[in-house]
Design a protein around this ligand. Structure first.
Ligand code: GLN
Length: 201
């Protein structure tokens, strides 16, 4: 299984390590040609407006939308979640706009307010350690979106068909269960019920 990590900006190396730790091949994606032959793609955290500028500069917006249109799974973390969202509060335009959610950016304060929290995630037994850094949250979600975790009354993890998105950085703690969930989605076909995606975690 080949999983790409969009590598224009942000937390790329940690995702590469997480993918490899789960036994899949990681591919660094900087241009459209790098997307061919991938089975899934991770959109890392970082800064979504900066990332969008780099996506445009690399002529990657349409190829990324096409990747999603082809039903290939995508996992957006933090800024990556903002890239996936159909709507961004206070902004006229979305980026990829493929996941039926509205997000608010920087919902948990500034960089200095970064924190770690143990999350109860639907279908995962033990709490998951999550790092929140200028994190967005999901304000509202369409009918087909499964909410997998809320924190402080806010949606911070959701799945919709081939798209998985979280507010936090799952790659910074060495706990790879969320990456494994994504790889299960990729392996089994993204449209399987979420319960089945938990099989190996
Ligand atoms: N606040 C950033 C944004 O909106 C995301 C922060 C992060 O990815 N850690 O793009």
């Amino acid at each position: 299984m080949k999983i790409g990590v969009l590598a224009l900006q942000g937390a790329v190396r940690e995702h590469v390590q997480a993918i490899q730790a789960c036994g899949a091949e990681a591919v660094v994606v900087k241009k459209a040609a790098d997307l061919s032959e991938l089975d899934g793609l991770v959109l890392p955290g970082g800064e979504s407006t900066a990332m969008r500028r780099l996506i445009d500069r690399a002529d990657l917006l349409e190829p990324l939308r096409q990747f999603a249109d082809n039903g290939k799974p995508m996992f957006g973390t933090c800024a990556g979640l903002v890239l996936l969202a159909k709507e961004i509060e206070g902004q006229d335009m979305a980026h990829l706009g493929v996941m039926d959610i509205t997000v608010a950016r920087n919902s948990f304060g500034r960089q200095v307010d970064s924190f770690e929290a143990d999350l109860d995630i639907a279908g995962i037994d033990e709490p998951f350690p999550a790092v929140f850094i200028r994190a967005p949250h999901i304000v509202s979600a369409g009918d087909d979106v499964e909410v997998l975790c809320e924190y402080g009354g806010r949606i911070v993890l959701a799945k919709s068909g081939p798209f998985l998105g979280c507010s936090f950085h799952p790659e910074l703690t060495g706990d790879h269960r969320l990456m494994q969930l994504f790889l299960n989605m990729v392996e089994n076909g993204a449209l399987l019920p979420t319960g089945a995606a938990y099989s190996k975690i």
